[in-house]
Design a protein around this ligand. Structure first.
Ligand code: KG4
Ligand code: ZN
Length: 362
């Protein structure tokens, strides 16, 4: 990586983001990272509405870019390259980002890199902690859930992932069932402190099946059944809420911990010099999950790395950084770059079916 300043653009879900990164002598520094959420716009609909998201990105992206340049105390004249999320995600938003990047690349005569959103998440531990390849990444957010062995800037091996809901999506849905606030993850975590996780028998889906695939949809339905049974005989008390929240969270923790143990075994067979388990995504904010993963990593003799939350959740600094890393392995994209609603990181892994409330799962 020579001396280079790169602009990143992210608009694949419900965050409009732009960032400026500077790299010199192999070290990258985030000069600015602007993230404009759209939570308010979607609040009445119980999920992200793709058309509303696309329109908001189209309206806000140039403002986010201007703000990112200003916060970095630079201008477009000083930008050497632009990296943009070209998928996977909600297609209207991705198109909006790609068109902005093409406009800037053409007007300024600079290189453009179309980046896979998941590669952005997966490479972040190198930006924040300089983690060497290969490392194991668990991506857990409202839209994604998968284990990846990250072998290079563009080399990923997918070991497994959810076959239905992402964990964050399950946290959000369960919070709604329990009449807790959104986003559901923090609400369930807070409520679970007062709860008895052992009061209800909730399933640990797919633990009886070999491999690293996961499922969270049946767990959510099990919470619904328990809630309905309680409401048939009275009202849902604060204690019921806390016990269901604690029981649900404990089940997610057990599933993630056991599947991580299995993924670590596959990864450690590669005999990495500096074994490392990394996490990214909003669900990684959960302390019970973090604690369990820290223990699992320690038990396997691996380091545990969780980037700061602002770089764990959707942002454009990770996209700029992935573009920067990929410059070393490939040439830039041309103006024929397409926006891709689906884009699996590991071309050899079987395609996943189904689409969550936050868009297609890769
Ligand atoms: O990565 P993220 O900000 O956005 C996308 O998924 O695109 O993740 C958001 C998800 C939400 O589903 C939210 O409920 C979940 O992360 N989340 C949590 C916690 N904080 C956020 N889940 C469990 N525990 C938390 N403390
Ligand atoms: Zn994401």
């Amino acid at each position: 990586m020579s001396d280079i300043t790169i602009l990143g653009i992210e608009s694949s879900c419900d965050d409009t983001a732009a960032a400026v990164l500077h790299a010199q002598a192999g070290a990258a520094r985030v000069l600015s990272s602007v993230v404009q959420g759209q939570t308010d716009l979607h609040a009445d609909f119980g999920g992200v509405v793709p058309e509303i998201a696309a329109r908001a990105h189209a309206e806000k992206l140039d403002l986010a870019i201007v703000q990112a340049l200003a916060e970095a105390e630079t201008t477009l004249d000083a930008i050497d390259a632009v990296a943009v999320t070209a998928g996977p995600g909600l297609i209207g938003g991705v198109v909006s980002g790609v068109m902005h990047a093409k406009g800037i690349a053409m007007a300024r005569g600079i290189d453009m890199y179309g980046v896979n959103h998941l590669a952005g998440h997966a490479l972040t531990p190198r930006l924040t902690d300089g983690v060497p390849f290969p490392y194991l990444m668990l991506l857990v957010s409202g839209g994604h859930c998968q284990f990846l062995i990250v072998k290079g800037p563009d080399a990923f091996e997918r070991l497994g992932g959810t076959i239905d809901d992402a964990p964050g999506e399950a946290f959000d849905k369960v919070a709604r069932l329990l009449a807790l606030s959104q986003p559901g993850g923090p609400a369930i975590e807070a409520r679970s402190h007062a709860g008895d996780a052992g009061r209800f028998r909730l399933p640990r889906p797919l633990l009886d099946r070999a491999g690293c695939d996961m499922s969270f949809s049946g767990l959510k339905t099990a919470v619904l059944r328990q809630r309905d049974a309680l409401m048939d005989t009275g009202t849902l008390t604060a204690a019921d809420q806390a016990d269901l929240a604690a029981g649900f969270q404990a089940a997610v923790v057990d599933v993630l911990a056991e599947k991580t143990r299995r993924a670590l075994a596959v990864y450690l067979a590669l005999a990495p010099d500096d074994p490392c388990l990394c996490v990214a995504g909003g669900v990684a904010a959960n302390m019970a999950i973090r604690t369990a993963l820290t223990e699992v990593a320690a038990g396997a003799g691996a380091r545990f790395v969780a980037p700061p939350l602002a770089l764990c959740t959707d942002n454009a600094a990770m996209i700029a950084y992935a573009g920067l890393e990929q410059m070393a392995t490939r040439g830039p994209d041309d103006l024929g770059l397409s926006a891709r609603p689906r884009w699996p990181l590991d071309g050899r892994a079987p395609a996943m079916l189904g689409s969550g409330k936050k868009g297609a799962k890769a």
